[in-house]
Design a protein around this ligand. Sequence first.
Ligand code: ADP
Ligand code: MG
Length: 443
Amino acid sequence: METTEKENETPASPTVGFKDLLLSEAMMAALENAGYVEPTPVQAGLIPRALEGVDVLGQARTGTGKTAAFVIPILERVQPPRKGYGPQAIVLVPTRELAVQVREEVVKLAHGRKIHSVALYGGKPIRGQIEKLSRGAEVVIGTPGRVLDHIARGTLNLDNLSFVVLDEADRMLDIGFRPDIEKILRRCPRDRQTLLLSATVPPPVEKLARSYMRNPESLNFSTSDLSVETIEQFYCTVEGERKFDLLEHLIKRETPQQAIVFCRTKRGTDKIERRLTKRFKDVACIHGDLAQNVRDRVMSAFREGKVRILVATDVVGRGIDVSSISHIFNYDIPQFCDDYVHRVGRTGRMGRDGVAYTFVTPEEGNELTRIEMRIDRLLKRDDVPGFAAVSRTPTGPPPARTPMMGATEASDPAAEVAPEAPAPKKPMFGRDGRPPRRIRRAL
Ligand code: ADP
Ligand code: MG
């Protein structure tokens, strides 16, 4: 089930320019202003179908411009502001940071036009958002929790919606967000157009997604290689207690322009940040326990390049687009294969080069193999002399999985990150619980 992408792949359209998409003059001007010269493949494929009113389930790698692929058709179809009419489009996203980022794209592409948009997310006083909604907003971008809050207060009227977008759809339809999404969708008009976007759409998610859409069309622009081609992907074997020293060594060796260090837990994130701060300048951390204004500050400092090394949980792993990220360090191996794709996709954006290092302890061989099966590619081994973990016997039974540390993140509602859905994301191994021979190997 993990290698079917190629068969379903939507063939790349012949070179299409924005002018072939028959966009309005205002949009062409906004695109020029944004510096977008050519549409990316997902944009070239999705925009014409969306403009025709078709429901689309779009899959394309991270960093390939999925945001503009849905924002452009929305802005092309939105009616001029009308008093008391309510929003015409709602974009649901899994994290606060992404709500802010998607809104920025809306503002950018609505350049020179009177289109109002507002981001609705938790951790910020609700009053300012209510105020903006009452002044009229044609496009609303929000996290599910806060959107429901507004619906309950009667401050968000969805009666005149024409578009519903689920960005990072696989995460939105994951067990943690699904009940909220269903509640929201029940409040949306039935004759709306629905667009779902994601880098990864496992078959169970696709099946579920279809139940929320009308004769949806699946457009798949991911190649069978799910990870961005311009990213070099390495793994390093290392004993758990030596991971920090290895990180320090790699940062010194690689001198990243900007890097994200991904950790599994909030406490781990804080700890690594404290230790890194003693050794390097411009280090910060971000996770769901921090106050929203702190998170906003950290993200903008990172975007401006004032923060060079950001230690983070998967909260920022989704959709965040900072183009000068040169390095990703998976200090803790991601628990779920798709999270690997999303984390690593933070670098190598729009064809730029990036490097990803995944630290693998001797107990985590199976996790590494699962990731490799998911992306259908073997990571290159880069063992730093003096740090490599001792070899495990190649034919021994698979080691027991370590306890799921991620629970702390997931159980915190303030984090706005859903607890992960169990099984379906992960490919199952053979009956003996071991990976197929092709990629079975020792660490
Ligand atoms: P995705 O959602 O697929 O991960 P984003 O929508 O975040 O990707 O886009 C990644 C980056 O590419 C953003 O910085 C965006 O401004 C830029 N971008 C999007 N479309 C184009 C385009 N047609 N030309 C140039 N840059 C683009
Ligand atoms: Mg995105």
